[in-house]
Design a protein around this ligand. Structure first.
Ligand code: SF4
Length: 469
């Protein structure tokens, strides 16, 4: 009989250690990624209980959230940040875990460096104490964020309820100026921030097939913003080609054997799903959030919703969002003045994002009232971008060119909004206070749209922006 399982269920079954009487699964974790913010307490627990890291060779650490992206001289000016750095350095040394520290040119945002180094591979279970671990699903892996890093360090397993699997199908070619970021913002807008609760999302269809691995990472990165436990795309030849030659991927004949197995993990052609939803790429436009959840977005050419157009139960949140954002119902978002432009984060800080943003800003100047920063996702991305001269394009336009890190995505470092500043951001969350100021405001959009907004000083439809190249 043919195997009708989808990738998610194949990977889950393969990694199941046991099923508890209550129905929870103890899942073996293939790769545990750690960073400086969510690991210190976990190592403390290990010390207190006299435990070791069960599989140090399956654990890898980097520093990203708190590292300054301008002046990285140690000790950091922020004492708490310095403490976290010292803690991860000691913990990794004491427990035999490899640390991609600032002095290591592989350092960067945890969800950028995993794939970049070839650690992220199809068919794996990957865990990190960070919700955007869903990024790794772009490779056909199950990437799950955890708040229990200690459990994973000590046992290399996790207890989880098995989610259902929803196939999210998008077919067709994306129009000009429409990017992977717009696709995932559109999906979240349609299904809601709670729509994915209890589900893993399988993204399928010709739109995803046509995407590069980096675009697929952007999509999977934000699955969690739609409430899904994780999101993934079936591995294909693009996945294999991306991984070939990566330093920590299998090499030589091992690679060929691994590649054959990776491809075999894809969902069967007649695989079954708990739910299927379908969208058309033709309906997706450049999309911008206007509110305080990633689902509160509109096509850039469309006015904001009117309260009378939405169900009564949603009106309260919409009113709250409009008030916080200082926007009016029914107004166009296009033309809204911005104060800050941020290109970075694990959603959109890879080389293809920077190339596209540089293509937009080339020959232009950032508007005088806008502070604009570009923060590469990793040292490797930064180096590559500099080899291509992208740093010079950004700097000539008036952007600040920074070192790798999470920067203004979460602002647990010196990169923060001030007061009520409004930021066009390529990151993934627009919650109140997310970018460091309790009253700061975030508009999520693609890196190309952030670049155009930086130049015009306001929200701009990339389709009508003059690109020189
Ligand atoms: S870039 Fe933002 S979302 Fe991604 S790991 Fe860093 S803080 Fe988390």
């Amino acid at each position: 009989m043919s195997d009708k399982r989808n990738l998610f269920n194949k990977v889950w079954d393969l990694h199941t250690v046991r099923t508890l009487p209550g129905g929870q699964t103890q899942l073996f974790i293939g790769l545990h990624l750690i960073h400086e913010v969510t690991s210190p307490q976990a190592f403390q627990i290990l010390r207190e209980r006299g435990l070791k890291v069960a599989f140090p060779q399956r654990t890898i650490a980097t520093v990203d959230h708190i590292v300054p992206t301008d002046n990285q001289l140690r000790p950091f000016r922020d004492e708490l940040a310095e403490e976290m750095m010292a803690a991860i350095e000691k913990n990794c040394a004491d427990f035999g875990v490899t640390l991609l520290n600032l002095s290591d040119n592989r350092q960067g945002i945890v969800h950028v460096v995993g794939p970049e180094q070839g650690l992220t591979q199809p068919g794996m279970t990957i865990v990190c104490g960070d919700s955007h671990t869903s990024t790794h699903g772009a490779f056909g892996a199950i990437g799950i964020g955890t708040s229990n890093v200690a459990e994973v360090l000590a046992t290399q397993t996790m207890f989880l309820n098995r989610p259902k699997v929803r196939r999210v199908v998008v077919n067709g070619q994306l129009g000009p100026g429409v990017y992977a970021k717009d696709v995932i913002l559109y999906i979240i807008q349609k299904l809601g921030v709670q729509g994915g609760v209890g589900y893993a999302y399988e993204f399928a269809g010709s739109t995803f097939d046509a995407m590069s691995m980096e675009e697929r990472m952007t999509v999977c990165n934000m699955s969690i913003e739609g409430g899904a436990r994780c999101g993934y795309i079936n591995p294909d030849q693009k996945t294999v080609d991306y991984l070939r030659g990566r330093p920590l991927a299998p090499q030589g004949t091992d690679f060929d054997r691994a590649a054959a197995w990776w491809l075999s993990m894809a969902s069967a052609a007649d695989a079954q799903f708990d739910d299927v939803v379908e969208f058309s790429a033709a309906d997706i436009e450049p999309t911008v959030t206007w509110g305080i959840t990633p689902a509160q977005s509109v096509a850039v050419s469309t006015p904001l919703p009117r309260l009378t157009q939405v169900p009564a139960e949603e009106q309260k949140l919409i009113r709250e969002a409009l008030e916080f954002m200082g926007l009016q119902e029914g107004q166009p978002l296009q033309g809204t003045r911005i104060d800050v432009a941020f290109i970075g984060s694990c959603t959109n800080s890879r080389i293809s994002d920077l190339r596209e943003a540089a293509r937009v800003v080339q020959g232009h100047k950032v508007a005088a009232h806008v502070k604009a920063i570009v923060v590469p996702g990793s040292q490797q991305v930064r180096q590559q971008a500099m080899q291509e001269g992208l740093d010079r394009i950004f700097e000539a336009a008036g952007f600040e060119w920074r070192a790798a890190g999470c920067s203004m995505c979460l602002a647990m470092n010196p990169d923060k909004l001030q007061g009520r500043q409004l930021c066009a951001s390529s990151s993934n969350r627009n919650f109140k206070g997310r970018q460091g100021s309790p009253t700061g405001r975030t508009l999520l959009m693609s890196p190309a749209m952030v670049a155009a907004a930086a130049v015009q000083g306001m929200v701009t439809d990339i389709r009508h922006f003059h690109i020189h190249s």
